[in-house]
Design a protein around this ligand. Structure first.
Ligand code: ATP
Ligand code: MG
Length: 432
């Protein structure tokens, strides 16, 4: 006996009844990106493992324990991408997109992390993100944040999410701060959990990102990076705050915000919600001025963010902000009976689609009695059944029956049918 085949834990099927929600979200994204003139980039799902360990950082949750890594048939170590930024930087360098140019890019697609699956946390999940290159001022930081804020506005989420910002300063400022932080934590060694103890030497800043509730008091009282920033970073951060204020975007400065990846510098930010329990971060990003050089390109300032699509859709559903998915995906269900009728119906449907490109028409396949065909038509939620029996076939007409309204049945020749359906298309409610 063969065992039942199932999807991999934490990897979800998107079933047809929910796909309109995703299409709605994706439509909003495309419109938004056009509004700001951002261009889409698509990169492969698989990359060399070294790309991620060198960019995200060896001592991060993602690289230490979350990546899907394997040797391919040539013995090369490959990983499914756990996030988008590293691959986009790789692609931008490799294809010469950064040479004396600025770029404002966006992407969308699945990411893979071997985490414990729970609500809002999956092993295959989807991100939409933007990455900008070649721009170093706080103006572009403000723009990418404004872009995300506009999305919340469009989705009806503006009141339900909160912006937190912080500055990680320059590399040098972070080094100096790091020494202070290590001294502080060394002083409280017995209060550190195992993870934190392990990170104390390798990546002490990451301890600030701990989700262990027992450590929060200790973290609260730790020295703050924001009090140890270099002058340029302070000016940059003040510049960002002024621009957010001018744009009417509320924010909270959270000095503990560090983010789970190593490549950030200066600005970091997160949009969070309280409506999703502990999986409350829906969008996160910041500046990563050192990454391009770290991956072999010329020094290039960069800023971007990534948002979690599942969490956002969950949030929209939780808050009941999702427009109802339209059940009426069809205008016409075409059916009939008689010698070679399917052949006639298939041709007729193609003609209708050519003459009325926005008409949604489906042909009944598989024969059967007219009664059973009407049942199917009803279940299809189509507005009309168009029926061709022996008599109609002989007379060159179609019986058009209104399944949802009280229009009387009409016998129409092909021009009259097109005219009637064109009239319906004008009047029908807009689809989602
Ligand atoms: P978290 O702190 O929740 O683990 P993270 O810091 O690992 O998030 P990022 O790497 O910054 O997250 O990814 C950006 C966004 O992608 C997150 O804010 C979240 O909305 C989403 N995301 C991250 N990991 C997952 C996951 N396993 N399942 C679903 N969404 C995720
Ligand atoms: Mg994580």
């Amino acid at each position: 006996m063969s065992s039942k085949l199932q999807a991999i834990r934490g990897m979800n099927d998107l079933l047809p009844e929910r796909s309109p929600l995703w299409q709605y979200f994706e439509g909003q994204i495309r419109t938004l990106m056009q509004q700001y003139g951002y261009l889409e980039i698509r990169t492969p799902m698989l990359e060399q493992t070294a790309l991620f360990s060198r960019s995200i950082g060896e001592v991060t949750d993602i690289v230490e324990k979350e990546m899907y890594t394997f040797d391919d048939r040539n013995g090369d170590s490959l990983s499914l991408r756990p996030e988008g930024t590293a691959a986009i930087v790789r692609a931008a360098i490799e294809n010469g997109l950064l040479h004396h140019q600025t770029q404002r890019l966006w992407y969308a697609g699945p990411m893979f992390r071997h985490e414990r699956p729970q609500k809002g946390r999956y092993r295959q999940f989807h991100q939409v993100g933007v990455e900008t290159f070649g721009l170093e001022g706080p103006d572009i930081d403000a723009e990418v944040i404004a872009l995300s804020a506009r999305l919340w506005q469009a989705l009806g989420l503006r009141e339900h999410v909160r912006l937190e910002i912080n500055s990680l300063g320059s590399l040098e400022a972070r080094h100096a701060y790091r020494a202070k932080l290590v001294a502080y934590f060394n002083h409280h060694l017995d209060e550190l959990d195992d993870d934190a103890r392990r990170r104390l030497d390798s990546n002490p800043l990451r301890i600030l990102d701990s989700k262990n509730p027992d450590m929060q008091g200790l973290i609260e009282a730790a020295p703050r990076l924001i009090d140890h920033l270099d002058d340029d970073s302070v000016a940059h951060f003040e510049g960002l705050k002024r621009r957010l204020e001018a744009l009417g975007i509320d924010y909270v400065v959270n000095p503990r915000l560090v983010r789970g990846l190593d490549y950030y510098s200066r600005t970091v930010f997160e949009w969070t919600t309280t409506a999703l329990g502990s999986q409350g971060t829906v969008c996160a990003g910041g500046r990563y001025d050192g990454l391009v050089e770290q991956l072999g390109g010329r020094p290039t300032p960069a800023v971007g963010f990534a948002m979690g699509v599942e969490r956002l859709i969950l949030l929209l559903e939780t808050l009941d902000l999702m427009p109802a998915a339209a059940e009426d995906v069809l205008d016409v269900y075409l059916m009939g009976q008689g010698e070679d009728i399917d052949l006639h119906l298939l041709k007729m449907a193609e003609t209708l689609r050519s003459r009325l490109p926005s008409l949604r028409v489906q042909v009944h396949c598989g024969g059967g009695s007219l009664k059973s065909q009407f049942k199917r038509a009803d279940r299809s939620h189509a507005r009309f059944a168009a029926v061709v029996g022996e008599q109609e076939l002989a007379d060159g007409v179609v019986a058009l029956k209104d399944l949802r309204g009280d229009d009387p049945q009409q016998l129409l020749d092909s021009d009259a049918l097109v005219a009637r359906l064109a009239q319906w298309i004008e009047a029908r409610p807009a689809a989602l």
